[in-house]
Design a protein around this ligand. Structure first.
Ligand SMILES: Nc1ncnc2c1ncn2[C@@H]1O[C@H](COP(=O)(O)OP(=O)(O)OP(=O)(O)O)[C@@H](O)[C@H]1O
Ligand SMILES: Cc1ncc(COP(=O)(O)O)c(N)n1
Length: 270
């Protein structure tokens, strides 16, 4: 049996709702074999993030070198990085082993949904300067998008309605990047519509999504980004991979797994 391999570089979430554990469940359920590099060990439970322990750069480099020296990956998903030092280690290793054109996606995990910090303050700037040149796609949520691209929305746009949000004022300057941006719409006030921004000249592509009453939404960003990588590995175009990943996520949000009195997770059984 042959399976496509996905390299996942991310943090550990003991609840398996987000992070490496969630990414492995997503990859497995979509028929893709995950291999992992852990950047940070977090403590989390149903109440949120308790603590974060970024691993030393030699531990990250050793895991990366072990895998990259023996396996070729057609897709790499990067999630929580934690520190600027860890980011620079990842950039160094990926640059050294980069074969022709792997699809590299960054889900820039800066804060958890309960607002706990999952990264150093300076990580956003380092992502922009050092990591973006290697990426094919970056998938920020609204806050991450504004922070990463220095977007200052107008008073109207601060209402965060999906149909009013994107304009010249809220599009990034593409001078320095050649990767596509998927602006995730989980934090819009109306629909959960995402936008794919490929360049300043192309109109952003809209991925409409109705907002559902989801009782357990921890890990939506992780699930979406890993599912995109899995569909890319299965031969889909970027647009089709996003469409299918959104449908996969919606189905898991609609029918969650119950894991306690008031806790549950996105369903990945298919
Ligand atoms: N209530 C919802 N109903 C339908 N889709 C949703 C809902 N909430 C989020 N989504 C979808 O989930 C994906 C992740 O979006 P979101 O903006 O929540 O990312 P995120 O903030 O990085 O996620 P996370 O909560 O994991 O940090 C997007 O495709 C978004 O449209
Ligand atoms: C290790 C790790 N990676 C990512 C997230 C983001 O997920 P969320 O914002 O849904 O809490 C997380 N909580 N933990």
């Amino acid at each position: 049996m042959e399976k496509p391999k996905l390299l996942i570089i991310a943090g550990s979430d003991p609840t398996s709702g987000a992070g490496i554990q969630s990414d492995c469940l997503t990859a497995f359920s979509l028929g893709v074999y995950p291999m992992t590099v852990t950047t940070s060990v977090t403590s989390q439970n149903d109440l949120g993030v308790i603590d974060r322990f970024d691993l030393p750069s030699e531990v990250i480099a050793s895991q990366l070198e072990g895998l990259l020296s023996r396996f070729r990956f057609d897709a790499i998903k990067i999630g929580m990085i934690g520190s600027v030092t860890s980011l620079n280690t990842i950039v160094e290793c990926l640059t050294q082993y980069k074969h022709s054109h792997p699809f590299i996606l960054l889900d820039p995990v800066l804060k958890a949904s309960n607002a706990a910090s999952l990264s150093e303050q300076a990580l956003g700037k380092a992502i922009r300067q050092n990591l973006m040149p290697l990426l094919s796609l970056i998938t920020p949520n609204l806050d991450e998008y504004e922070a990463l691209f220095d977007i200052v929305p107008s008073e109207d746009q601060k209402n965060r309605r999906s149909q009013d949000y994107l304009s010249k004022q809220t599009l990034p300057s593409f001078e320095n990047y050649n990767c596509a941006i998927l602006l995730k719409g989980g934090h819009f006030t109306d629909e959960a519509t995402d936008f794919l921004i490929k360049s300043q000249n192309d109109r952003p592509l809209k991925f409409s999504g109705s907002r559902i009453e989801a009782p357990f939404s921890h890990g939506t960003g992780c699930t979406l980004s890993t599912a995109i990588c899995a569909y890319i590995l299965r031969g889909e175009s970027l647009e089709e991979a996003i469409r299918k990943a959104k449908a996969y996520l919606l189905s898991g949000l609609t029918n969650p797994v119950h894991l306690g009195d008031n806790y549950g997770a996105i369903n990945k059984w298919r």
